[in-house]
Design a protein around this ligand. Sequence first.
Ligand code: ATP
Ligand code: MG
Length: 672
Amino acid sequence: MSQLNPRQREAVHYIDGPLLVLAGAGSGKTSVITRKIAYLIEQAGIPGRHIAAVTFTNKAAREMKERVGKLVDRKLTRGLTVSTFHNLGMHIIREELAHLGYHPGFSIFDAEDAKALLQDLMLREASADAGDELSDIQSTISTWKNDMKGPQEAWSKAADEREQRIALIYKRYQQYLKAYNAVDFDDLILLPVQLFHTVPEVLAKWRRKIRYMLVDEYQDTNLCQYELVKLLVAERAAFTVVGDDDQSIYAWRGARPENLVQLKADFPSLKIVKLEQNYRSTSRILRCANEVIANNPHVFEKVLWSDHTIGDELRIVRCRNEDAEVHRVASEIIDQKLKKGLQFRDFAVLYRGNHQARLLEMKLQAFQIPYRISGGQSFFAKNEIRDAMAYLRLLINPDDDAAFLRVVNVPRREIGPRTLEQLSHYSRSRDISMHRALDEMGVETHVTEKGLDRLRRFRHWVEATCRRLYEEDPIPVLKQLFTDIEYEEWLHQHASSPKAAERRMENIWYLIDSVQRMLDNDKGTANETTIEDAISRLILRDLMEQQEEEDDSDKVQLLTLHASKGLEFPHVFIMGLEEEILPHRSSIEEGNIEEERRLMYVGITRARETLTLTYAGQRRQYGEKMETIPSRFLDELPEDDVRREGMGDLDQEANQEKGKATLSALLGDLEG
Ligand code: ATP
Ligand code: MG
């Protein structure tokens, strides 16, 4: 373990009051957090279970845990919380379910689930014209939640009719979530905050538990997250937050870099430590990063230097088109790996948007380069597969309430939230599953006859399907299931295009095929796989896939610039350095170039040894080949530190164009 520099040491040892470490990329902010956790436990005598450190991504949390594990004896870290904000929130919700009116086994709706619920709700409320602004509605609700606004407040403070309408949808949305015993991502932070505001005993309990708090990537906290921290640390203000205003890249998700300034106002005794030495990158890389970010206005002045070697020049590579670009990246990885004796894991390819990864993936596959995508969507995360898995789960365990709630209205069975709420209420009071509750429940429970009838029909259908699954050849039964529920029609109603619906249906058939393969594999042998085994194994694989991120085998890392925050790699490629990609078109339109520049700064500062920036001269957009304009950020790099490649192509292309022109002139002459 490296020696801390004097400033870092000061930050680690200071525990008498609130502390902010404000410093540029790679200066050891995260290192301060991990070292401080060790210091708190070993020197300051604060038991691990009373310390909570929060960071932004699961990956970062895992790395932090690992680093602490290397510093401190395992016995002493028992009960230590090192997690994301969302995980901390989930933990609080889980412990305080009773206060919140939820019951065990609550589901967490990700953005896709939430979107599906919203869409369904809007169809039902006959506000179908709102269909195309679904994402808009979703992000408005999310913004309100991040600003701690409930439906009521959102309604009364609505700026216009549109906001009023969304506020009403927000209200219904919350009712449905509750009925489904589900929370969405933003609720994971909002619910604990609301609970702490309303039930002082619960807050007091958590304040006793968390005696010291540390927050990484503080510049990206939103109002709600800041409130959570403030509530937990109280007047004692025993906390350390670290951040870099130049790396604030989540404004679009409600992050407030002003929280850095707010901190000083809320905690006048705040001590600020600045770190200036970068330990990550070569001097050239650092110089480029500094030059680029100097184009943004600054509230806090920061200096960043490195005593690493000067290093290679940054390369700006112009490629003919997008195919040539991914080809170049893939072949360079192979080439450099061989020449320098590197591993695949030494390389990372960063890009602005997930869609840029598709072409690259295909090229890497063609080159047989192993890769890993962080933050991309896996097979099991797809909505239709989650629906299908929920049906399968229900078939082998009708008491799985989360699965029940996921599919009871998919496709729509006209079972309203009030009915589900009653059912959930009844099952909770009797301590039985919803499926079972349907046996006992009568109209005395305020459920309408019609509602009860629909629920019972669903239940009978599930039971009949279960029976057939065990008595008959299971594969046709599974196929029949999707025909019974008219799932394909449902997909067509909900997908963005007929093609998308077909693709989703194919995913379902693929899932059923994999069940078939499992059954076929050991047919006739002594330990024949039963349908139940096969489904259980799929469920397990599903869970495993969610853990997939933990895979640390030798692979090239593919990730968005956003997802790369806090990480470092020896050799980095950033693709698509073109106007309208980076900076992104929507940001150009909104005049929000500064956030894009911060994104560029984050990208550059991930690299330790080499950095290659690529762009395509032509790119296919909306089915048409378009000439691109190189990103303005390329011009902000110091000329002495960069080397441009592929510019020769331009001459060649110009010659080709010239050739064509001469030819057509010639033809014209002939015709004339
Ligand atoms: P970012 O802003 O990207 O999140 P950071 O400020 O959190 O960066 P770290 O990730 O903590 O920086 O550190 C960057 C690199 O510098 C790591 O490889 C870390 O091990 C190394 N490092 C940190 N402090 C020191 C030190 N005092 N001596 C040597 N290496 C150090
Ligand atoms: Mg960091």
